[in-house]
Write a protein that binds this ligand. Structure first.
Ligand code: FE2
Ligand code: FE2
Length: 154
């Protein structure tokens, strides 16, 4: 019997998650330094690039998840998860806007107080993103379990 909707390919998405959180961790390490010292110019420059990079990474990652062979396929395969998938897509819109906003603020930031403000917002983005990815993993886990169940039913 042929399967009309094979399981979504999760390898690429999982790798993107790892790289995303590597960028998040790098930003996390640098932000407290520039938020305390005005003179950390080279670090400010690196941070601006990293905030831009994070925004681009998120953009590409979310686009990959929204493609036919991932979220839409999960929703088609498991209709009970369709609402959850729609919530995740709405999250993408907000997370993309937050990340783009931070990158924009980073371009204008020069004083340590600017960076302190960015730190607060970055912390919110980080928490929301971590929550979002946990929810996503839960969805992927449920689809995976259905696959395993189907395999053992056969
Ligand atoms: Fe996502
Ligand atoms: Fe994701």
């Amino acid at each position: 019997m042929t399967d009309p909707a094979p399981a979504p390919e999760t390898g690429t998405i999982a790798r993107q998650h790892e790289r995303l959180f590597e960028t998040v961790r790098s930003i996390e390490e640098m932000l407290p330094i520039v938020a305390q010292r005005n003179e950390a110019k080279a670090l400010q420059h690196a941070l601006r690039s990293l905030l831009d990079y994070l925004s681009d990474q998120l953009h590409q990652h979310f686009a990959a998840e929204e493609q036919d062979d991932y979220f839409p396929r999960i929703a088609a395969r498991e209709p009970r998860l369709a609402r959850k998938v729609a919530e995740l897509v709405r999250d993408h819109v907000e997370l993309r806007a937050l990340a783009a906003g931070l990158a924009e603020q980073g371009r204008k930031a020069h004083r340590s107080s600017d960076w302190a403000q960015i730190s607060l917002q970055f912390w919110q983005l980080r928490e929301r993103l971590a929550w979002h990815e946990r929810e996503e993993n839960e969805v992927a886990f449920q689809v995976h379990n259905v696959d395993l169940g189907a395999a053992s039913d056969g």
